[in-house]
Design a protein around this ligand. Structure first.
Ligand code: PLP
Length: 379
């Protein structure tokens, strides 16, 4: 096939995405986008208001108890960066607990913003170290904020928000959590964990399409950041004021992604909310892991700290294995894996979030088995 030719023929159905976002969405979520919404019109603004309220409900928190929800244009990274850009004071200092590519991305954001920071690293298969955090906070009183990734999508490891949060709170620090790939499917007790800012996005466990991120935060903590923003378009406090003044995003909103998201939230509710979605994803993960183990693959993250969101598998030792060919063969059968590795270890990742069911996981395992046989790989 001519490699420069674009595939223009519409196929009967899309390939299934086993990636951690964007991911396979329901046809009803895609159909919700077949409209042009006026971003200044009250109908659209009412929908935005409704979404902000629904997200608070999904989080299990409320305005009455001091919580707020701010939507921001852009992918998930923009949301995380907006929190740092807006909410760390000029004299602030952040400690990042990192055990993967998304923790390292936080470090890059802080470098770009020239915000003083320290990094506490653990290996990619080891959860963040609350004891090391305790020691660091005890000997560095300049630190004002603690930041951690909940599900490190690099490997699928699930960090323990509660133990890290308890230490952050004991030292009186503001607690920022990137829950991009967990919010909506992994229960999080905001109060018990001691959260101040949680960031997630439209195209992960809520199963919407890409276009915006959202920040769930303690209103008082956000209001306290008046005057600190280092950046205009990502100023979360001004974004909140915009919503409160006239119901609008400050600049052009991703209207179609908002329409899709409203439908996605309905479907989350139909599935039984976070608990219902957690049950489906957990089942997906179990089916995947059992199938891959049967084929002879080994997962990378220890079972005790493995999330049911995404799973990393170690490359087969057989020298005939090359990831590119493996990826291409599985893709030709209709299943898209993540096309590369971001972990330092030789692993590939299979996500099981999105509109996927256990039959889809059985199918991808079967496709993987075929690809391995075609390549003559021994496991
Ligand atoms: C997906 C993801 C992000 C954000 O990625 P974008 O490509 O900017 O949407 C950040 N952190 C984690 C843990 C993620 O899984």
């Amino acid at each position: 096939m001519n490699s420069t030719a674009l595939p223009v023929l519409p196929s009967a159905r899309d390939k299934l995405l086993f990636t951690p976002g964007p991911l396979t969405t329901s046809s009803s979520v895609k159909e919700a986008m077949l409209h042009d919404a006026g971003s200044w019109h009250w109908e659209f603004n009412t929908l935005v208001k409704h979404i902000r309220e629904k997200l608070l409900a999904v989080a299990g928190v409320s305005r009455e108890t001091g919580w707020e929800c701010v939507l921001l244009q852009g992918s998930g990274t923009f949301g995380v960066e907006a929190v740092f850009q807006t909410c760390v004071p000029p004299t602030g200092k952040v400690v990042v607990l990192s055990n993967g590519a998304y923790g390292e991305r936080m470090v890059l954001m802080l470098q770009h913003a020239r915000i003083p920071h320290v990094v506490l690293r653990t290996a990619e298969d080891t959860i963040s170290d609350a004891q090391a955090l305790d020691a660091t906070l005890a000997q560095d009183p300049d630190i004002t904020h603690v930041a951690v990734v909940h599900c490190e999508t690099t490997t699928g490891i699930l960090n323990d928000l509660a133990t890290v949060g308890a230490v952050a709170k004991r030292h009186g620090k503001t607690y920022i959590v990137d829950a991009m790939s967990s919010f909506g499917a992994v229960p999080i007790d905001f109060e018990a964990v001691g959260l101040d800012f949680l960031i997630s996005s439209a195209n992960k466990c809520i199963e919407g399409v890409p276009g915006f991120s959202f920040v769930l935060c303690r209103r008082a903590v956000l209001l306290a950041s008046e005057g600190w923003a280092r950046n205009l378009s990502m100023n979360l406090l001004d974004q909140l004021k915009g919503f409160e003044k006239n119901g609008q995003f400050r600049y052009t909103p991703p209207t179609h992604a908002i329409l899709a998201f409203a439908q996605a939230l309905k479907e989350l509710e139909l599935e039984g909310g976070v608990a219902g979605r957690a049950a489906r994803y957990r089942r997906n993960h179990e089916v995947l892991l059992a199938g891959m183990t049967r084929l002879g693959f080994k997962s990378y993250v220890p079972a005790a700290v493995q999330s049911y969101i995404i799973t990393s598998f170690i490359f087969p030792a057989d020298p005939k294995f090359t990831f590119n060919e493996f990826y291409r063969r599985v893709a030709e059968k209709g299943y898209i894996l993540y096309p590369g590795k971001i972990s330092q270890a030789d692993t590939f990742r299979i996500g099981n979030i999105g509109r996927l069911f256990e039959s889809d996981l059985r199918s991808v395992v079967y496709a993987i088995q075929e690809a391995i046989e075609e390549m003559g790989i021994r496991l």
